[in-house]
Ligand binder design. Sequence first.
Ligand SMILES: Nc1ncnc2c1ncn2[C@@H]1O[C@H](COP(=O)(O)OP(=O)(O)OP(=O)(O)O)[C@@H](O)[C@H]1O
Length: 597
Amino acid sequence: MNLITDLFRIGDEQTDRVLRRYLASTVIAALCVAAAVGCLIPLADAMFSSRSSSTILSWAAAVAASAAVAAVLDWRGTLVAQDLSGRYIERMHALIADRVLRLPLGWFDTDRSGRLGRTVSFGVMFAANAVETMIRPVLQTLVLTAAVAGVLGVVDWPSGLCVLAAAAAVLGVFVWAHRRNHAAETRVDAANAEAASRVLEFARAQAVIRAAGPDSLGERATRAALADQRAAIAAAGRGRGATQTALSATVAAGTALTLIVATLRATSGALGYGSFVGSVAVVVITAGVVLRTLPFGTGLELARATFAQITALTATETLAEPDVDRRVGREAPHVELNDVRFSYPGGPRVLDGVELHVPAGTTTAIVGPSGSGKTTLAHLVARFHDVDHGAVRIGGVDVRDLGTDRVLESVSMVFQDVYLFDDTLWTNIAVGRPDASAEEIRAAGRTAGVDRIAARLADGYDTHVGEAGGALSSGERQRVSIARALLKDAPVVLLDEALSALDVESAAYVAHGIAELGRSRTVILIAHQPQTVRTADQVAFLDGGGIAAVGRHDELMDSSPEYRTFWRNRDAPGRWLRSPTRGIETSGSSQHGPRPD
Ligand SMILES: Nc1ncnc2c1ncn2[C@@H]1O[C@H](COP(=O)(O)OP(=O)(O)OP(=O)(O)O)[C@@H](O)[C@H]1O
């Protein structure tokens, strides 16, 4: 009954008390059932040996009374179980939420977030329901079997011994079945997770998938994941079927053995006919109960898997938070990375000795090949992770001494994967600073061009943006995210600029918003566009795990062959031409279109 240990581990004091009472009443109810079943033996004995009708009636009354008490306890147990299920759901959600709020932001990749979603929704409900739907029948079956073995042992010890031996054999097969099925169930879990991610991706990437035509890579990957899920479920089903058959056969063999022994004892005169008939009834009833309970074994394992996931989550290391409260202040601070080394768990070193000084109130563009670690560097400034070596400092204070909350307070982030809540445009800007006035929200919206989006929509700022902002274009989502950052007004801004992917209007507003954010703030900008790079106070060229060159764009174009080659290779198709004196120039008219007023 490891599940009960799990329940005690996650429960609080009050829940533990209710659980103890519930288990005690479940055992008493099971003993009452056992008494009702056990009384069948003396009842049958009294009837066969023609005892007085009052003796027969008193045994019949004992059977009825025990059954009645069991029924009442059972009914009360159902109510308590429902209460307990509710408590465990609340408790598990609280444990998960508490941990999620303290996990490093870098922990939340798509896969982990997907698993977490399934644990919180399906897993928690299933595990909590197990208290009522599984623990009770399993516990009652165990108690009933033990009690029946005891009663039969008193009536006829060889028959009692047979019941004990059968119970031990069933338990043995049960343990074997669990071990045998465990790997298959783990595979089903992994296949379910993969299929869920693929289907989600399939739904989100419909435009790309349809454009790619039938049998595209996206479609094939989804089909393969679903096929793998079907295969895993079928294999696990076959395994369960085999072990279930083995378990049922063991119960049948144990029942048959007990009945044969009881029959031999009756024919030899060691067991009276009345007791024999009663014993047969008791054994057959108990075997039926055991057979009905066997399928719960798989359910108990699934419930335990959820507890294991919660335990693993609560054991996940969080970032150490400081005891002393230190703040950055409202003035734009300087940001430094000193000899920073960093690798993702189990991965190669991404940053290896990064030295960077971003002066207060200036904009530094981080430029580098794909995968060179630009996003990672920005994430380290926001303390998504802690560095393996060296230090990241904001305003001269190590981000580890500031603590995650203070760091996030002093940093605004505008990354490409903008997340919008399924709420109104207005609320999505307001989350930047919940105490902002309506005028401040309106002003931020105006600067980032969200007012133009609102003007196009039927409900204006009150329009719902859909799940994850799905009702808006990616450019519009970025504009909302910039309005959010403008409203938050944090002294440090981390930006991932991706203008090339935006429509003309959004690109203009995003560029304008970026310029506004750069006013009197310290900005670290992951830059992809030459025109943005040229406006930065300094450019840091990240390559080979370190800062290969720092300076203004034009200087670097002259002094750093690597930097020059980087831009040449990147813009090889001829979108950008290098003028002999000015470095990179656009080959045609500005792709930014109208500049917002
Ligand atoms: N969460 C993660 N877990 C493991 N490895 C990661 C994770 N995020 C990034 N990486 C790896 O770290 C390296 C740097 O990635 P990063 O996203 O920081 O580069 P980047 O320069 O921003 O790339 P891009 O310009 O393509 O966005 C890559 O090799 C990437 O695969």
